[in-house]
Design a binder for this molecule. Structure first.
Ligand SMILES: [Zn+2]
Length: 314
């Protein structure tokens, strides 16, 4: 499975694997990975590594049960499709006092901790500060700046940066066999499986992603605005706004992580990116209330230029 292969290629996997071999597993890990759609699957690979006697073989009963989220000594939070609630943390805290049933370690997997509220964060903090024995808490986040510094200081934080093109191609080719489409998706996907799979599966999305990227990198003056505004109409405006939001947040995350290596995108201060995201959300609502499409498009494009210039001057 490509998810397992990709994760096995990461430094994060090597670090935890080494710690397991030395009998030096941390009581809590924070895996930071921007790949939102796949985060939970990635965490399962780490959970298997920790719980399986054969280093996450993927074949034994333990591995299979973890994959199905049905292993007694590995509890997943939140329920699939929802966000972590305070009640989840209450449950986790009480479960940490239960001895493992068949494993040496009791594992708790928390996916999407970047959305955890401050009450929940404060509740889990006590467990992180004084963890019961034989407990390992595996947390996954797409970004970590919404987490309390006290939480971050109590966990071993490991980044999973975007994957490189080569490993992506080698692992994905078995599943995504159209090489041309795969190459395109990899080159536009920014090293994130979430994006790559979406682009591969959807040519319309792919076109829109390219358009958004072009607007951000090449649109420099109001003259350029006219050229781009003609490419967006009532049939694609909803997709355009959605894709532009994804693109703007992708750039913001790369910027925060210091991984942005495109000079024309570097012209956007972080404040400008966040302001553009706000503007897009506002226009998204306007479109839903059937605002004039062309006026909306123009105000988005001019807004992007304005925010960029305004924040550059600050
Ligand atoms: Zn196994």
């Amino acid at each position: 499975m490509y998810v397992t292969e990709l994760i096995k290629s990461t430094n994060a996997y090597k670090i935890i694997s080494g710690e397991k071999k030395r009998g030096a597993l941390s009581h809590a890990y924070l895996i930071v990975c921007p790949d939102g759609d796949y985060l939970r699957e990635y965490l399962k690979v780490f959970a298997r590594l920790i719980a399986c006697d054969d280093d996450g073989c993927g074949k034994c009963r333990t591995c299979k049960l973890i994959d199905e989220e049905g292993y007694a000594d590995c509890t997943f939070y939140p329920k699939e499709g929802s966000k972590i609630l305070t009640a989840d943390i209450d449950d986790l805290v009480s479960q940490t006092y239960v001895k493992p049933l068949e494993n040496k370690i009791r594992l708790f997997v928390l996916s999407g901790v970047e959305n955890m509220g401050s009450v929940a964060q404060n509740k889990i903090l006590k467990t992180l500060e004084e963890p019961p024995e034989n407990v390992c808490i595996l947390m996954g986040a797409t970004m970590d700046y919404s987490l309390l510094p006290t939480i971050k200081s109590r966990v071993k934080s490991i980044d999973v940066p975007p994957f490189g093109d080569k490993i992506l191609k080698n692992t994905l080719i078995a599943e995504f066999s159209d090489i041309k489409k795969l190459d395109k998706a990899i080159s536009a996907g920014g090293g994130r499986l979430t994006e790559i799979v979406r682009i591969y599966n959807d040519t319309q999305t792919e076109k829109t992603t390219f358009l958004c990227r072009e607007i951000l990198t090449k649109m420099k003056s109001s003259k350029d605005v006219l050229q781009y505004s003609s490419k967006i109409d009532k049939d694609n405006i909803v997709r355009f706004i959605a894709e532009m939001k994804v693109e703007v947040m992708r750039v913001a995350k790369l910027k925060l992580a210091g991984l942005l290596n495109d000079a024309s995108l570097d012209e956007f201060p972080l404040g400008a990116l966040l302001a553009i995201e706000d503007l897009l959300s506002e226009k998204e609502r306007a479109v839903n209330f059937s605002a004039n499409v062309q006026m909306t498009v123009d105000s988005i494009l001019f807004g992007i230029l304005e925010e960029k210039n305004r924040w550059q001057k600050l």
